[in-house]
Ligand binder design. Structure first.
Ligand SMILES: Cc1cc2nc3c(=O)[nH]c(=O)nc-3n(C[C@H](O)[C@H](O)[C@H](O)COP(=O)(O)OP(=O)(O)OC[C@H]3O[C@@H](n4cnc5c(N)ncnc54)[C@H](O)[C@@H]3O)c2cc1C
Length: 382
């Protein structure tokens, strides 16, 4: 059997579903195909996100999807010095990602999109008037294939192995996110604790070349807990891909690298990418003008590109720090004034926020610790 749509979306997670919802709202015909049998499953993401960003792009989570609200973030140095940033003004919540994906799927369906689960999109072939691909037992023709397949298609550079446990433990602080820095244990990343209820947390670890479950077990040694679920999944920190659009194919979400290079947070940025892409793609199909698709990268870039570049530079500095450097940077940064400034910034644009909060004097203090090209370029910007 064969069917024809404006858009065939490969991948039924947030980016694919948000694209489908927006494009069908604008009158396009859309099929979303998800390889797993249930939308949102298996769940791998921790769901830490700002309500502001999701609301701005039209997908505020329903109250039943919000597991927790975050009041502060505590950052730990390798020697376990720490400072706390008050996050109550930042509107940060923890989502049940599986339930949130189902919410976005319901929006897509109510806007007219078709969502099929348990079917993988096969290789695409190009035709004069669009593309063709096998979707389960169906031959699908479409004007464009929308690649929302996540890490499967994200650029290879910048993928880190990560593992997380959902667990119960009395030591979990109900509304406090904790980040543990240690260049030896988690090179290029960190370990994290994200509470999602009383005494319940999503606890993870990631880093270049580490065995993440071993790192996680070491982190949890001596902390009494009961593991409820184990997840292993790669995270992406390599920055936006140079290819958002190719002949016959549009990339959205993680497959376009629309993920924060600092924290690997991609919920808001992927939804934003999908919403912007859908707007330009629907217009392009309606007007029969493929050139309109260029508006996608232009608009996304105008909002996010500078911030992503700043985050990539901060990552470049971070990846070079030894534990001794980290301790020194910690002393330079953990001042009450800086911590106060950080509590008044934007969770989704934390790269620029951090630079702004540091200001020239703070950056110079960091530069005394790390004399790298990346810090020099940040100084030029500041
Ligand atoms: C351990 C972990 C924790 C995270 N925590 C956070 C967090 O707290 N906050 C945050 O903002 N971000 C977090 N992220 C990142 C966030 O989950 C991703 O950035 C986001 O899910 C990207 O959405 P996406 O739709 O682009 O891709 P994905 O969510 O990866 O979805 C891709 C979908 O495509 C499907 N698929 C792949 N190939 C095919 C095919 N050929 N045919 C059909 N279907 C296909 C997959 O099954 C999958 O459902 C985390 C990621 C990980 C791994």
């Amino acid at each position: 059997m064969s069917k024809t749509y404006d858009f065939l979306v490969a991948g039924g997670s947030i980016a694919g579903l948000a694209f489908a919802s927006e494009a069908s709202k604008r009158g396009a015909s859309v099929l979303v195909a998800e390889e797993h049998d249930e939308i949102g499953e298996p769940e791998k993401c921790d769901g830490l996100v700002s309500l502001r960003g999701l609301t701005k792009y039209g997908y505020p989570p329903g109250p039943e999807v919000i597991q927790n609200r975050i009041s502060s973030a505590v950052i730990h140095s390798p020697s376990d010095r720490h400072f706390a940033v008050n996050a109550s003004a930042l509107d940060v919540v923890v989502l049940d990602r599986s339930a949130f994906d189902k919410q976005v799927a319901a929006a897509a369906v109510s806007n007219g999109a078709e969502v099929r689960t348990g079917c993988r999109v096969g290789p695409m072939s190009q035709r004069n008037d669009g593309v063709e691909a096998r979707v389960g037992d169906l031959d699908v023709r479409a004007r464009y294939l929308v690649d929302a397949t996540g890490p499967a298609s994200s650029p290879r550079r910048g993928i880190l192995p990560a593992a997380k446990y959902e667990l119960e433990g009395e030591w979990v602080r109900e509304h406090v996110v904790e980040v543990y820095l240690d260049a030896a244990k988690y090179p290029g990343f960190f370990a994290w604790v994200i509470p999602f209820g009383r005494h319940r947390a999503k606890v993870g670890a990631a880093g270049y070349g580490v065995s993440p479950f071993r790192a996680l077990d070491d982190f949890l040694r001596g902390k009494n807990c009961r593991v409820l679920r184990k997840v292993s999944a790669p995270i992406y920190v390599g920055g936006p891909s140079p290819r958002f659009v190719e002949p016959g194919r549009i990339f959205v979400g993680e497959s376009a690298g629309q993920v924060k290079p600092t924290t690997a947070g991609g919920i808001m940025t992927s939804i934003a990418g999908a919403v912007i892409a859908a707007k330009w793609a629907a217009r392009s199909v309606q007007d029969g003008d493929p050139a309109l698709l260029a508006g996608y990268r232009k608009e996304w870039g105008a909002v996010f590109l500078k911030e992503m570049k700043t985050m990539l530079r901060l990552r470049g500095v971070f990846e070079k720090l030894s534990n001794k450097d980290l301790e020194a940077v910690f002393s330079a940064m953990g001042t009450p004034k800086l911590v106060l400034k950080l509590s008044q910034t934007d969770f989704d644009f934390h790269g620029s926020a951090l630079l702004g909060a540091l200001g020239m004097p703070g950056l110079l203090r960091v530069a005394r610790v790390v004399a790298s090209a990346e810090v020099r370029s940040l100084l030029m910007e500041g």
